[in-house]
Design a protein around this ligand. Structure first.
Ligand code: ZN
Length: 298
């Protein structure tokens, strides 16, 4: 998966590679010698490496099959899986499971998400906190903004507050200026937020939920709302208590699953992504990971 066109040297990019067997390393404390290791060696620069060198799979003591099982569980469960469930399924410590889940989620973040076009729905929802009376309802709650292209992708962002500035920033970042129409509800911040993001006039349509009108022809926010309700079911069902610090990671996971819901091989896609994400060049590798390469002196 890492080298679809044949193995290439991580240090010099040469394709003249041989497979070798290296003697197991001796543990300095116990004196025990580990099992022999299968390595690749570059014929040009003699660099030795494996398929996991420099990937997220490398700097972990967890066997690869547990990584793959964790990825399968996370990608195949519709509402997500808690670190506790993962811990039981994999037979690992809670901390390991938690760390694993976060690494997998991190790899799910789209590096260069495309801007949304066509008919786009925006809405915001409030997560967590306690509901204390009608008017104080929004206190202690986190704002999640949802932006969804009808028939297309979803973006979920944990934002600071529901101000014009915050909403406008997200609209600008995620919606193409060529959008056909953006639909929101009558929330007071939207008109100014749209204008600040360059979406003017008839391009912004509003649905008045206050008047109990939820659909006016094409003008509705039903598809973004259905994504919210799916996410919220996942929150209460699987995660119980999501630390607010990590809310965006859960949103990323949900967004990834949602946007790839028609993909026939979400598991393979994620495994592949993790084998390439973080597959960095040699110099950066030793710098960032304090990684000691198995390199022979010339
Ligand atoms: Zn090389």
């Amino acid at each position: 998966m890492r080298w679809p066109n044949g193995v290439k040297c991580l240090a010099c990019n040469s394709d003249r590679i041989t497979a070798i067997t290296a003697k197991g390393k001796r543990n300095k404390k116990t004196g025990k010698v580990g099992p022999d290791r299968s390595l690749y060696q570059c014929k040009e620069c003699r660099f030795q490496f494996t398929a996991t060198t420099g990937t997220v799979y490398h700097d972990t003591h967890l066997p690869l099959h547990k990584w793959f099982l964790a990825i399968a569980l996370i990608t195949e469960s519709k509402k997500g899986i808690s670190a506790n469930q993962l811990k039981r399924a994999l037979g690992v410590q809670y901390r390991t499971a938690w760390y694993l889940a976060h690494r997998i989620r991190k790899s799910m973040v789209e590096a260069n998400p495309k801007k949304l076009k066509g008919v786009v729905e925006v809405d915001e929802t409030y997560v967590g906190g306690k509901q204390r009376g009608w008017k104080k309802k929004l206190k202690n709650k986190e704002v999640v903004m949802g932006i969804r292209e009808r028939g297309g992708d979803l973006r979920l962002r944990h934002i600071e507050n529901n101000s014009v500035e915050e909403l406008g920033k997200q609209i600008k970042e995620h919606i193409s200026p060529d959008v056909k129409m953006v639909v929101s509800d009558e929330f007071i911040a939207y008109p100014a937020a749209m204008i600040s993001a360059g979406i003017h006039g008839t391009k912004h349509e509003t649905i008045k939920h206050k008047d109990k009108i939820y659909v006016r022809g094409d003008v509705h926010t039903n598809t973004v709302e259905s994504a919210f309700s799916l996410f919220k079911r996942g929150l209460t069902g699987a995660f119980h208590k999501v630390s607010l610090k990590h809310l965006q990671r859960y949103l990323d996971e949900f967004e990834f699953r949602f946007n790839n819901r028609k993909s026939p091989d979400l598991f393979g896609m994620t495994v592949r992504r993790m084998a390439t994400v973080g597959g960095m060049p040699y110099a950066q590798l030793i710098e960032e990971h304090a990684f000691t390469p198995f390199i022979r002196p010339k």
